[in-house]
Design a protein around this ligand. Structure first.
Ligand code: NAD
Ligand code: WQD
Length: 338
């Protein structure tokens, strides 16, 4: 039996596939390469010692999904495929609703039609909105999202909950990721942002590589110890390993399970700059800039439920996260195009 990994050539998906293959699981990747490169596939095979099956397909393509479910024996799905750029989602909300929500509905319809009702979904800390105070717990209210991207995650959680309520055969796991950073220790796979990065670590690594002049730090008057925003950064390999634990748990538990995947520790932007400089030996020039609309002071998880229930805990610290981000950037200045 195989696991279908939608979005499996993307940043988090590729790291998860390496860990799944390493644990002896059979994997079928589905991706349309909207935000990834086919060149990641041989690197996954190189790291794992064997290749996953791959199907170029869109999650909105019902006929394509049917063909995949008919070709392989699939008993579970890890659903990463989606668009994730907050700014772009404000400019193109319909694209985000159609791709993320429409795609998930089509995927679930195809799954149900082929008797596969076991899904682990990539949700986000963004579903906690702005109304909760960190540390964020899974039983806190969700909603009040501030951009269409975040709203797609909130709606998809609801859709999967309604689906599981209507049909007791569904096994659904909602994983709320905090801020994934870092890369595989080999430096062979990592994050490949298109254009100017929106997120902090890819921006810093491109400043380190000399591609960008300096970092703009969005706000130094937040209610945090040094005035800059605090987030819960998690190494992408720890996150990937969380999926393996979640998958095994979900196979045995019908209904909906929800887990935060974070470290529980917050770092400010200035602390990240300092950690990155220490790990890389490269100075990161920065300037303070106005706050970015929609940003919050401090967002970090209470990760204790995942440890208690799944037996999963993030092991890699901030120095390792920064060193691995830098190694990936340094070895692949143009991402997979090198
Ligand atoms: P990514 O863009 O690297 O990977 C997503 C993959 O999905 C890409 O390979 C893309 O080509 C594919 N894809 C998009 N739409 C598709 C479609 N219609 N059909 C088939 N493939 C499609 O992003 P990532 O950082 O690896 O994120 C993976 C998931 O985790 C996403 O759902 C994202 O929203 C979620 N998430 C990411 C973060 C983060 O900070 N990276 C945080 C929380 C949640
Ligand atoms: C982190 C901190 C910024 C860039 C976003 C999404 C969220 C989730 C993860 C998917 C903040 C500051 C950033 C820069 C800066 N994605 N910053 N200069 O905003 O916590 O979360 O990615 O679900 O939904 O909203 O992450 O990396 O963009 O920012 O000062 O050039 O770095 O203000 O304090 P964020 P981020």
């Amino acid at each position: 039996m195989a696991t279908l990994v939608t979005g499996g050539t993307g940043y988090i998906g590729s790291h998860t596939v390496v860990e799944l293959l390493g644990a002896g699981k059979d994997v079928v990747i589905l991706d349309n390469f909207y935000n990834s490169s086919p060149k990641v596939l041989p690197r996954i095979a190189e790291l794992a010692g064997r290749a996953p099956a791959f199907e170029e397909c869109d999650i909105r393509d019902r006929a394509g999904l049917d063909r995949i479910f008919e070709t392989y024996k699939i008993d579970s799905v890890i659903h990463f495929a989606g668009l994730k750029a907050v700014g772009e989602s404000c400019e193109k909300p319909l694209l985000y609703y159609e791709n993320n929500i429409g795609g998930t509905v089509t995927l679930c319809e195809a799954m149900a039609a082929h008797g596969c009702k076991n899904i682990v979904f990539s949700s986000s800390a963004t579903v906690y909105g702005s109304g909760n105070v960190s540390p964020l717990r899974e039983d806190m209210p969700v909603g009040g999202t501030t951009n269409p991207y975040g709203t797609t995650k909130y709606y998809i959680e609801h859709i999967l909950e309604d689906t599981a309520a209507a049909d007791k055969d569904w096994h659904v796991c909602l994983l709320r990721y905090f801020n994934p950073i870092g890369a595989h220790k080999s430096g062979r796979i990592g994050e490949m942002p298109n254009g100017i990065p929106n997120n902090l670590l890819p921006y810093i690594t491109q400043v380190a590589a000399g591609k960008l002049d300096h970092l703009n730090i969005y706000g130094n008057d937040y209610n945090t110890p040094d005035g800059t925003g605090v987030r819960d950064y998690i190494h992408v390999v720890d996150l990937a390993l969380g999926h393996l634990k979640a998958m095994d748990y979900t196979a045995d538990h019908a209904g909906v399970s929800i887990f935060n995947l974070g470290t529980g520790k917050g770092y400010s932007v200035l602390e990240i700059v300092a950690a990155f400089e220490k790990a890389s030996g490269v100075k990161i020039p920065y300037e303070f800039a106005p706050r970015r609309p929609g940003d919050l002071d401090s967002v970090y998880s209470d990760p204790s439920k995942a440890e208690r229930v799944l037996g999963w805990k993030a092991e890699r610290g901030i120095d390792e996260m920064c060193a691995d981000s830098y190694r990936w950037q340094h070895q692949n200045p143009n991402g997979y195009e090198d």
